[in-house]
Every structure is written in structure tokens, then in C-alpha cells.
Write a protein that binds this ligand. Sequence first.
Ligand SMILES: C[S@@+](CC[C@H](N)C(=O)[O-])C[C@H]1O[C@@H](n2cnc3c(N)ncnc32)[C@H](O)[C@@H]1O
Length: 249
Amino acid sequence: MTSRLAPDDPRRLPVDHPGFKFHETRNPYYAKIRDLADGGAALDHDAEERRGKWRDLFRARAPGLPAQLRLVVEVGCNGGHLLNGWAEREPGTAFVGVDWKYKQIFLAADKARKKGLANALYVRNHADRIDYLFGEGEVDRLAVYFPDPWPKKSQWKNRTVREDWFRKAARVVRPGGELHIKTDHAGYFDWMEGHLGRCGELWETLELTRDLHAGHPSPLALEIPDVTLFERLFIRDGLPIHSMLLRRR
Ligand SMILES: C[S@@+](CC[C@H](N)C(=O)[O-])C[C@H]1O[C@@H](n2cnc3c(N)ncnc32)[C@H](O)[C@@H]1O
């Protein structure tokens, strides 16, 4: 298929290139997110304006939040099922969900608004731009749950969690902070382990398991937000959950 982009269009640049430019789309949820009156979700470069200022933004929205505010980020948050659940459970922690799907981000922010969750904000952007969204050491905990596995070899180039992404994640997670990854896909997990092995100076492995719920008496009874939306489906399908918990050195 030929690209409709002009030869000099900056969108031809890789998405994580500093010169890459997002553009307005005809997706109806683009305008819905842009026009959200409460600023509960932000788009593309607008979201990147918040880099390094997330805690100030949360405090402006909810002055009651603690001075030492923990910032938790989920990349690939989908419709915010997990993150809104966490935000409800931990009202003194700030949560940011990132996903590239406009509709899911709108729905996530809309749910947070309806539940009155001032400590949950959403971003429509790309996982590869994590270091444009968050400043150095700004994040306490970063979660990536069930990233698309891109199972065919020809698709591996699309996988999010690879060596350069582990390095980007290490820029945004503070020393002592954590990165938690879960997947049902054994091949992707092996791939991640290989890539992690090349940046061991950045990440210490705290836990690594290929069957996270093996010791649980009744994994089928686990509910969101103890598990994610997709995790619940995979548990029902009898698939073991692979998980790695890493600490930033
Ligand atoms: C399989 S779903 C998992 C959703 C959720 N984490 C869960 O466990 O229920 C993967 C999510 O990642 C999002 N996603 C995939 N690639 C992405 C990327 N490069 N940047 C941002 N989001 C991405 C998808 O839109 C989708 O919402």
C-alpha cells in the first residue's frame, strides 16, 4: 500500500523521533478528548506539555493530595478499568493511563469523571514516547500489562518492550521505583527477558515468574483491579500469566 503522506511530512519520521508531529485526525474521539472540559485526558503533544509537571497538575485538581505524591503510570491502559479501580482504592496516589486508542482514552477519562476520581488522568499517545510524556525520575511505578504480542517474526519490530524501551523506561522511573510487566504470551516474555538482559545495569529483577497465579487458591475469583481486564480473560482460558517485577537501580 502506498503512503498518503507527503514526502516531507514529519509523520514519516519514527514515532519516537524528536521531530515527529502528531496531527488532528477525523476519529470522532479526537475532538471529544480535545474538548473535555475537565482536562481529564490529553492528546498527543498536548499531553507531552505535562512532562515533568504531572504532580503539580494533580495537586491543582485535587488540593487534598499528599505533599509526597506517588505517581503510577500504566502504558496500554485500554478503557481504564484497572487504573480507575486503583485510583478508587488509593485516593492518595496519582495515576496516569496511556493508550493509543482515542475511544478507550475518552471512555477511561469519562468513567473517572463520573466516579469523581481527581487522581486519575489519561493520555492518548504512543508507548514509544514514554520519555516525552514523563520527566527524568518522575514516575514511581510503571506498569505494562498484556502489551500486544505481535506473534509473527515479521511483526516483532512492533513490540513495545525491547531494549531501547527498557532504557526509556529507566529514564522516567526514579531510582528505587518499579516496572511491572505481565503477558500471557510466552514467546514475547522470552523476548523481553533477552532484551532486559542487555540493560541489567539499569534494572534489578525482583520477581520473575511464568505462572503468576500458580499458588493462588482460586485465580478465577480474582477481580479487577487485582487483575486486569485481559488477565481475567486469560485466566478463564487457562493461560499462565508471565510476570516480571523490576526495580530501577
Ligand atoms: C491487550 S490490551 C491490554 C489492556 C490492559 N492493559 C489489560 O491488561 O486489560 C493492549 C492495550 O495496549 C494498547 N497499545 C498497544 N500498543 C500500544 C502503543 N504502542 N502505545 C500505546 N498503547 C498501545 C492497546 O490499544 C490496548 O489497549
